[in-house]
Write a protein that binds this ligand. Structure first.
Ligand code: CA
Length: 236
């Protein structure tokens, strides 16, 4: 699973260690790399939930890497928090102009970093957090792994496989929007290279079957030639 997997790009090993210990403690899975080139390899293979990106790296700078990601449709929405040793306002402006979602000057408290990460994820990638979500009559709670639908006061527990659960979680945190099969592979499976797009169709079918006992199957709509979307109120 990738959405709660964070990537830390930092060449100073003591700082990288400090960050990763604190992020793991906060419940995230963490990958650490020491250069922009290595970060690119990781992200090309699998989209992380968020990147903590140091500005000053050997070779390509963090700001340049962030710009490259923003220019690529696949990584345009990748949440990025930039770190820098330089606290000058001009640098902060540059960091945000490079497309970072937020910016933290060293030295920073690890607790502050975790708080900023949660704030960015809540805005950009809510499926990476454990908050319960509700769309129409459907409710999903990542903490308890429960999905239910509620009609006229009667709740119906729904049983989903692990992939269908992640797929529904993603769709529920991004409702009413059309997602292509490629986007769903990237964001739910985390891998756009090694899995065939029709795998998505198979799991959408299973998801609808799992939602059927709650009369919610129609909430997962097929948008011809574009992909899928979850709607609160399906057309009759
Ligand atoms: Ca550095």
């Amino acid at each position: 699973m990738t959405t709660n997997r964070l990537l830390v790009v930092e060449d100073e090993s003591a700082i990288a260690e400090l960050i990763s210990i604190n992020l793991r403690h906060a419940g995230f899975a963490v990958d650490v790399v020491g250069s922009a080139e290595a970060a690119r390899v990781v992200v090309d293979r699998e989209l992380p939930g968020l990147v903590v990106l140091d500005w000053m790296l050997p070779g390509i700078s963090g700001a340049a890497l962030c710009r490259q990601w923003r220019a690529d449709p696949r990584t345009r929405d990748l949440p990025v928090i930039m770190l820098t040793a330089r606290a000058e306002e001009a640098d902060q402006v540059q960091g945000l102009e490079a497309g970072a979602d937020d910016y933290l000057a060293k030295p920073f408290s690890p607790r502050m970093l975790v708080a900023r990460i949660r704030a960015v994820l809540r805005r950009r990638a809510p499926q990476a957090l454990e908050d319960a979500v509700q769309v129409g009559v459907l409710r999903l709670d990542p903490a308890t792994h429960r999905v239910s639908s509620e009609r006229e006061g009667a709740a119906c527990e729904l049983r989903l496989g692990p992939t269908e659960f992640r797929l529904l979680h993603y769709l529920m945190t991004h409702p009413e929007r059309v997602h292509s099969r490629g986007q769903l592979l990237d964001r739910v499976w985390g891998d756009h290279v090694f899995i065939e797009e029709r795998t998505v169709d198979v799991h959408i079918k299973r998801l609808r079957e799992a939602l059927a006992p709650g009369e919610c199957a129609a909430m997962v709509e097929t948008v011809r030639g574009a992909g899928y979307r979850l709607v609160a109120r399906p057309a009759a």
